[in-house]
Design a protein around this ligand. Structure first.
Ligand code: SF4
Length: 282
């Protein structure tokens, strides 16, 4: 029997912002100066969170839970009021907010200060969106789709920013709906290309495979979305958190195996899956 081909999607695994947050956490851990906490799970990956915990970086769910030491802010960012509260409490704050998220926060702040009614296109309650909202003193409106625009009380000058993981299509539809109602609409397209690149690469690879493995936390929204995209074109798609979940039966009849991974999946976990597959198929 010939061995199957095994290919990894052209864009897969940790994005720039997550990689940077992990590097910041490693630096803090290497210094080990007092207690270390991350504000929320650093990334949506249970294995990485467990590793960090074992090394001494604990998860705090609010600033109040942390009495002293270092507090790491994750790539999603937080509202400026939350960061200020941590500094006022005397904590050493390491801000690992992704620069692309900071850019959204800065645009939202300058629109708000410039007198615009700020509209955030995104998912209400998502930590990134909560952080952006804080930059407008909680005054921005959040809409997830064009249909929600009709329920807004619109002023004549509207400024739009968008959660980094939204689609261009959704942004366009919301802006079109706003243009019908406001005299001036100023738009900052703050979508990050990392999500789109991973989705397009996963779709292209899955279309050529008879088995597709999607690696990432089950609590990771972007990994679940990758699974859905791959499953639509390759019915034999499995979402796994690590290599131990691979069932040799899946691999037995496969001749083209594809692998992709969510934006919170470190390269080491992709490498583990690759070597497990090679062992099974050799
Ligand atoms: S998806 Fe983009 S904005 Fe979000 S953390 Fe990654 S690089 Fe930053």
């Amino acid at each position: 029997m010939t061995s199957p081909s095994i290919r990894v999607a052209q864009h897969a695994g940790v994005c720039f912002g997550v990689k940077r947050a992990l590097e910041e956490a490693s630096k803090v851990l290497a210094e080990q100066d007092g207690s270390i906490h991350t504000l929320g799970e650093l990334i949506h990956n249970p294995r990485v969170v467990q590793d960090l915990e074992q090394q001494g970086a604990h998860v705090a769910h609010s600033v109040d839970e942390v009495k002293d030491g270092t507090l790491i802010i994750r790539a999603h960012g937080v509202a400026p009021q939350v960061k200020q509260a941590a500094e006022d409490a005397g904590l050493h704050v390491v801000d690992a907010t992704c620069p692309f998220v900071k850019r959204v926060q800065d645009h939202a702040r300058s629109l708000y200060k410039g007198g615009y009614q700020v509209v955030i296109v995104g998912e209400a309650g998502h930590p990134e969106v909560e952080g952006i909202l804080g930059c407008t003193d909680g005054k921005a409106c959040i809409v997830s789709s064009a249909q929600e625009v009709e329920f807004l009380d619109i002023s004549s000058r509207v400024g739009v920013v968008v959660q980094t993981t939204q689609t261009s299509k959704n942004l366009r539809e919301v802006v079109d709906a706003l243009l019908l109602r406001a005299r001036e609409v100023r738009v900052f397209d703050t979508i990050c290309s990392a999500t789109n690149e991973r989705q397009e690469a996963a779709r292209a690879l899955a279309a050529t495979c008879d088995l597709m493995l999607v690696i990432g936390g089950r609590n990771s929204g972007n990994t679940r979305r990758l699974f859905q995209i791959c499953h639509d074109v390759c019915p034999c798609t499995y979402h796994i958190e690590d290599a131990r979940e691979i069932d040799p039966k899946w691999v037995a009849c496969a001749s083209n195996i594809g692998i992709t991974a969510g934006a919170s999946t470190p390269q080491g976990q992709i490498d583990d899956v690759l070597s497990t597959l090679k062992q099974i198929t050799s």
